[in-house]
Design a protein around this ligand. Sequence first.
Ligand SMILES: [Zn+2]
Length: 372
Amino acid sequence: MTLVRVKRVWRCPHALCPKSTWTETSEVIAPRACLTQRARAEICRRVGEDGASVAATARDFGVGWATAMAGVRQHGAPRVDDPARLEGVDAVGLDETAFQAASATRSTSFVTGIVDLTRHRVGPARLLDVIDDRSASALVSWVDQRDPAWRAAITTAALDPYRGYASALRAALPHAVRVLDAFHVTRLGFAAVDDVRRRIQREQTGHRGRRDDPLYRIRRLLRRAHTHHSQRSWQRLLAGLDAGDTTDEQLAHTWIAAQDLRLIFSCPDRARAAQALYRWLAYCADADIPELTRLARTLDSGRAELLAYFDTGGISNGPTEAVNLLIKKIKRVRHGFRNFDNYRLRLLLYCGVDWNTVRATPIRGRLPRLAA
Ligand SMILES: [Zn+2]
């Protein structure tokens, strides 16, 4: 729809008038603007809530990219910077996400996402903020900018085992329980299995995995939980290990360790989990496999954070991972970002803001009773 507006120009009849002429103004459209405020707000909603690309929305409205983005900034910034958005949070999750891929002139840059893990909250996962770094100091300075009441209300923080976050949180939120989340710990276990498999493969064949190498063939089966095997996949796994594992069964031992590590999180209480973790660390020490020893050392130093999972009623970083997926979606729509401020604005508009848009009433339900 094209809106045609006729502006009236007024003229004063007095010859000595200093003003002489002036133009009619209106609240709904700024002087010299080609879009009404309502159209700018709608561009912001399409880009923010629907995750549409700015370029495509600009084409729909018949304006340039910069005009559309100005609308997104004008109507989006007040929503994103609204302090009420951060109210009522008692648990946060932290995770790093790649911001820009490496190129000839720069290495991959990372950002830290802070996600709302408040337990009584219902609804989709919510991004609280994005920090332009994954360093401890950036996180500390972000937390320091929040008001003391907000900091005091945070009782739990779930982190990925990247150690920088743990020390940063110890400094910034000393009273909050830090939790190493089950998802990341399990993933570290299976990453160790992968590392051992690659090393054995290189030692035996002198090259990276090829299609017919026995260990390369079972690389995905090795990452599967032991309860998720069928008769056939189990046979294939065992045959692959028989054909490719070392004589002292290093890969099989690492596989058992990864499965046991995963099972620690299904213990009914903290005491039994502590026992299981102790047994697991002893197992790793006995196995004497470099990759496993390194993993055991990491988890031993984060033992308190790992067991804190059981004090917090099994807090999950699931929402954090859900938000990560949404972040990737926005990055893909936009074909990558160069400007961090635009990146933060777009991410927070998409998964950090309640839009409360009034939805159109369905014309016809799912089961039309009055079919024409
Ligand atoms: Zn006049």
